[in-house]
Design a protein around this ligand. Structure first.
Ligand SMILES: O=C1O[C@H](COP(=O)(O)O)[C@@H](O)[C@H](O)[C@H]1O
Length: 223
C-alpha cells in the first residue's frame, strides 16, 4: 500500500482527479477503452467536480459505482444521484453509465441482469474507493449477512444487509476490486486515518478495507 498525504483536501481532490484522468487516458491508449468505478457517500463530490471538467475521450469510458444503496435515484441517499449531479456534467457527460440500481423492492431481483451488463467492462481499468470510519469499503461492511461472499467469492456483485447500513446494499466484490489495474482509496480526517491504521492489523472480516489494501494508493488529507 502507498500512502499519500496532502496539505489539504482541496489539493488532494485536484491531484487525485488529474491522476485518475491520466490513468484513464493510458487505458484508452492501450485498449481503445477504459472502465472506471467510483464510490458514493460524502467524500468524493469534489473529485467528481474536478474530474468532470477534464478533457479526455469520455465517450470511450464506462463508469460504474463501487456500490449502491438500494434506494430510488431521487433519494438523497442514492449514490447514483450524486454521480449524475457531480460527475456526468461538462466533459464527462459523454461517458457511458453502467447502473448498479434498477427499480425493484429487493436487489436480489436485479442482481443477475446488472451483473451481466458489467461483465464486458471487467477487469476495471481504474477504481476509486471510499472508506467509512467502521472500516467498510464499497458496501462491504463488517457483520454483513453476505460478507464471506463479498470478501472471498467469485461473484461480480453481492447484495447484502448490514447492521451499519440503513438500507440493502449492492456492492462490487473484493475480487473485482482487486482485479482492477489501478486502485485508489480517498479518505479525509484523523478518525479515518486511525481506522485505516487499525485495519492493517485486523482480518478482512473485522475490517473489510484490509482486503483491498495491497497494491492500493491511499490519498489522505486531515481536512
Ligand atoms: O455508504 C457508503 O460509504 C462509503 C464511505 O462514505 P463516506 O460518506 O464516509 O465518504 C462510500 O465509499 C460508499 O460508496 C457508500 O455507499
Amino acid at each position: 500500500m502507498e500512502f499519500v498525504e496532502y496539505a489539504d483536501s482541496e489539493m488532494m481532490m485536484i491531484d487525485l482527479a488529474d491522476r485518475l484522468a491520466s490513468e484513464l487516458r493510458a487505458a484508452i491508449a492501450a485498449d481503445g477503452r477504459a472502465s472506471l468505478a467510483v464510490p458514493g457517500g460524502t467524500t468524493p463530490g469534489p473529485v467528481f467536480d474536478t474530474l468532470s471538467a477534464i478533457k479526455l475521450d469520455w465517450d470511450k469510458v464506462h463508469v460504474m459505482l463501487t456500490d449502491e444503496r438500494w434506494v430510488p435515484e431521487n433519494s438523497e441517499r442514492s449514490n447514483t444521484g450524486l454521480l449524475k449531479r457531480r460527475l456526468f456534467t461538462g466533459e464527462a457527460a459523454a461517458a457511458h453509465y453502467l447502473p448498479l440500481y434498477a427499480e425493484a423492492e429487493r436487489p436480489e431481483e436485479k442482481l443477475e441482469a446488472l451483473q451481466q451488463a458489467l461483465a464486458p467492462h471487467l477487469p476495471l481499468s481504474v477504481v476509486l474507493l471510499g472508506m467509512g470510519a467502521d472500516m467498510h469499503t464499497a458496501s462491504i461492511f463488517p457483520g454483513a449477512d453476505r460478507l464471506d461472499a463479498a470478501l472471498h467469492g467469485d461473484e461480480t456483485l453481492v447484495a447484502m444487509r448490514a447492521p451499519g447500513a440503513p438500507e440493502p446494499r449492492i456492492t462490487l466484490s473484493a475480487k473485482v476490486l482487486n482485479d482492477a489495474m489501478r486502485r485508489h482509496i480517498v479518505i479525509i480526517g484523523a478518525e479515518k486515518r486511525a481506522a485505516l491504521e487499525k485495519a492493517q492489523g485486523l482480518s478482512p472480516e473485522e475490517a473489510p478495507v484490509a482486503a483491498i489494501l495491497k497494491g492500493a494508493t491511499v490519498h489522505w488529507a486531515e481536512s
